[in-house]
Design a protein around this ligand. Structure first.
Ligand SMILES: Cc1cc2nc3c(=O)[nH]c(=O)nc-3n(C[C@H](O)[C@H](O)[C@H](O)COP(=O)(O)OP(=O)(O)OC[C@H]3O[C@@H](n4cnc5c(N)ncnc54)[C@H](O)[C@@H]3O)c2cc1C
Length: 350
């Protein structure tokens, strides 16, 4: 019997736990994560706005583990020794025959409030949305969603000062010109204060300075400037903080190390966007490949879909629907997002 250790309760590992509920497994499986709960980022905007409660947006990973006959250990892994096949956490060290990482990304941009790992989210955002002058840095999907949902919450709670969004590019620029223009119009109409095409140079104690010499006073700042990796991968990655894997989701040098989601970089697809959609899809390939590896069977390739549907909540139960170059804004988009998110959560509730 081999010992498979799953690090992190990310989307791919949740899928594995779900499938294990119906199976008899011959191996010992352990999951290590810093919290018994996994928070679902697709519903972060709804929590911020006050539509969902904390319980609505989280999955009880510890319970899922119990149901799946998987040992759950609450710990944060800080190091890996690929030679001796050990991972070291804050509370102990753990041996494995096979290990898989699905620990998401970090944000190293500024030394300010952070919502990663994602179990910090509800506490951090509750302070942020009620603060005197909230500022979000980052004009990608996550930054826009949280800026607009904070704005909606503040309007309902009669908070006077606006929400500020600083972006080094036009907002949502990676989604194409049409979607970017559409969301900019929506955001401005709703009263979001946007500083576009400005890079943050300094976050001082009471103000933010941009490269256009703009001085923006703030009380709380939330950096959402895109995913960065984990220091812990330094021992098995020569050039960066992401875990290098092949399209089998397997480490190129240490074949007993696997990974999925935001924390990996696929060698022949390094620019694959980091989002929950791919992390979910990787789950079944990951589990099959780990078992095939132990059974000396050929591994399967993870082939990402070319396009994916994105629905951004824009506050007040409205949303922006984007698929390829097609986009529209309105209540139907939000309803569809709500439906998809509820379905996702139902799959994980016991
Ligand atoms: C506001 C916001 C909204 C978003 N909305 C969407 C959306 O609608 N759709 C979408 O596809 N993507 C969305 N994203 C992006 C999405 O959150 C990430 O791409 C996705 O969560 C990555 O999934 P993952 O499975 O890699 O890891 P995560 O979901 O981040 O899970 C990582 C897990 O690992 C654990 N962990 C972390 N560090 C350690 C450690 N050192 N040791 C052990 N365990 C650890 C964490 O506690 C957590 O359980 C959004 C992001 C944000 C910030």
């Amino acid at each position: 019997m081999s010992h498979i250790v799953l690090i992190g309760g990310g989307h791919a590992h949740l899928g594995i736990l779900r499938s294990l509920r119906k199976k008899n497994i011959i191996h010992k499986v352990t999951l290590i994560s810093p919290s018994p709960f996994q928070y679902y980022s697709g519903m972060f905007s709804g929590f911020t706005e006050g539509i969902y409660t904390e319980d609505d947006i989280r999955v009880n990973v510890q319970l899922l583990c119990q149901e799946a006959n998987v040992q759950f250990i609450e710990d944060t892994i800080e190091q890996i020794d690929p030679q001796t096949k050990k991972v070291m956490g804050q509370k102990g060290s753990y041996s494995f025959d096979l290990v898989s990482f699905n620990i998401g990304s970090t944000s190293k941009a500024f030394d300010t409030n952070k919502i990663k790992p994602n179990f910090h989210f509800t506490k951090e955002i509750s302070i942020f949305r009620a603060s005197e002058r909230p500022v979000i840095i980052g004009g990608g999907a996550a930054g826009i969603e949280l800026a607009l949902s904070t704005l909606a919450w503040r309007r309902r709670h009669n908070e006077e000062n606006p929400v500020i969004l600083i972006s080094s590019t036009p907002i949502l620029s990676t989604y194409g010109e049409k979607a970017s223009k559409r969301i900019t119009d929506v955001a401005r109409k709703k009263g979001l204060l946007i500083y576009e095409n400005q890079r943050v140079k300094e976050v001082a104690s009471t103000y933010i300075l941009t490269d256009k010499e703009e001085i923006i006073p703030y009380s709380h700042v939330l950096p959402l400037t895109g995913p960065t990796g984990h220091e812990l991968f330094k021992s098995c990655s020569s050039s960066h903080d992401f875990l290098p894997v092949t399209s089998y989701l397997q480490h190129p040098t240490y074949p007993y190390i696997f990974g999925a989601g935001d924390c990996i970089e696929i060698e022949d697809n390094p620019t694959l966007p980091k989002n929950g959609v791919y992390a979910v899809r990787q789950g079944s390939v990951l589990w099959d490949n780990m078992n095939h590896y132990l059974e000396n069977k050929p591994l399967n390739t993870f082939t990402p879909q070319k396009q994916f549907l994105s629905i951004l909540s824009t506050g007040d139960k409205e949303g922006l629907f984007v698929y390829g170059s097609f986009s529209f804004h309105g209540r139907i988009a939000w309803k569809l997002k709500h439906y998809i998110d509820q379905k996702f959560m139902e799959k994980h509730k016991l």
